[in-house]
Design a protein around this ligand. Structure first.
Ligand code: PLP
Length: 384
């Protein structure tokens, strides 16, 4: 099948894969080994990679902490900050459309005695500063808002939110797992305290990520993994050199190629959108202006969700239903935008990327045109 599920994970860039191999074979040293060449070589590679990750987001290398991915970074940021600052207050604010690794972590903090507010979005998937302002309390210590939504690709107004939090003295965490290589991130300009990254959404391998922890002003978090004191005591555990080197290379390439890549992908996405909009009763989910170029999320009215996914199995895409347990639940993100269960069910997330071609897009359009037409002929609700 044609791969259009780049927001689930990207294929690893072959240049990135090539980079990691020597660190699995000859350069297998432990970066924490201080007494011989194997350790020094590994340590130097880890530090070079840290520099590449920092450079993509205009941060200082010392602000980058390696983790196992965005789920761990979100856990470390939220639990770490909430626990460090809990003597100042116990209220946390986040948004209903965040990734589960934020929502479930905040739920866990609620079980531990914190208080949480989950903001609704507007119909376009975005929140406003006015909403935040209304939700803030004197005991609010932490706010978490993602940069790019994984389902609908909308970009939240992070610069404004961060400035607001800094003014109020509230710690601001931002999950940027879906943003790297797609949106320019300048942490000298954005007043973000904690930011989450992962390699496998940006052509790196799975199982490695990072957390940015701002040094000016100094943001504090409590470690969640205890042990050898790696990563300045914030995240113990032997560093996976090969994974880290690969993440560094993936982020270095993202910085070099982002501008031209975005232009190419935007043109493909617009071609896809134009083709799909020729099908009647299709609705795009989420704001089209504040959105990454590689995402299109479309609801096809009057087709049954499960049949739709079966019908387009030559296309690797995500559906608007999350297969949680046995029941097909409509996407909580689309529900939060105010979409009906039916429209949420009959939606498809197309996410394209570095290796998508015009032929892939045309194939997808033709497939959807033909399959949606056929499914509607069978639908008792379709009478056009
Ligand atoms: N946050 C967002 C917005 C995501 O899209 C994902 C990916 O599923 C994650 C966090 C979790 O990332 P990871 O797979 O690196 O733990």
């Amino acid at each position: 099948p044609i791969y259009m599920d780049y927001s689930a994970t990207t294929p690893i860039d072959p240049r990135v894969a090539d980079k990691m191999i020597p660190y699995l074979r000859e350069q297998f040293g432990n970066p924490a080994s201080r007494s011989h060449m194997y350790g020094w070589t590994a340590e130097a590679a880890v530090e070079e990679a840290r520099g590449h990750v920092a450079a993509l987001v205009n941060a200082d290398s010392r602000e980058i902490i390696w983790t196992s991915g965005a789920t761990e970074s979100n856990n470390l940021a939220l639990k770490g900050a909430a626990n460090f600052y809990k003597s100042k207050g116990k209220h946390i604010i986040t948004v209903k459309t965040e990734h589960k690794s934020v929502l479930d972590t905040v739920r866990e903090l609620e079980r531990q005695g914190f208080d949480a507010t989950y903001l609704d979005t507007q119909d376009n998937g975005l929140i406003t500063i006015e909403q935040l302002e209304a939700a803030v309390r004197p005991d609010t210590i932490l706010i978490s808002v993602m940069m790019v939504n994984n389902e609908i690709g909308v970009i939240q107004p992070i610069k404004e939110i961060a400035a607001f939090c800094r003014k109020k003295g509230i710690i601001f965490h931002c999950d940027a797992a879906q943003a790297t290589g797609k949106v320019a991130i300048d942490l000298q300009d954005l007043k973000v305290d904690l930011m989450t990254f992962t390699a496998h959404k940006t052509y790196g391998p799975k199982g490695v990520g990072a957390l940015y922890v701002c040094r000016k002003p100094r943001v504090r978090i409590e470690a969640q993994m205890h042990g050898g004191g790696h990563e300045r005591g914030l995240r113990s555990g032997t560093l996976p050199t090969h994974q880290i080197v690969a993440m560094g290379e993936a982020f270095r390439l993202a910085k070099v190629e982002m501008e031209s890549e975005i232009a190419r992908i935007r043109a493909l996405r617009d071609r896809l959108a134009k083709g799909l909009q020729e099908i009647e009763e299709t609705y795009i989910n989420g704001d089209m202006d504040h959105r990454v170029p590689h995402n299109l999320n479309v609801s096809f009215n009057y087709v049954e969700g499960e049949s739709l996914i079966m019908a387009v199995k030559d296309l690797a895409v995500s559906s608007g239903s999350a297969c949680t347990s046995a029941s097909l639940e409509p996407s909580y993100v689309l529900r939060a935008l105010g979409r009906s269960d039916e429209l949420a069910h009959s939606s498809i997330r197309f996410t394209i990327g570095r290796f998508t071609t015009e032929q892939d897009v045309d194939f997808a359009v033709e497939l959807l045109k033909s399959k949606v037409g056929k499914l509607r002929e069978l639908s008792p609700l379709w009478d056009m």
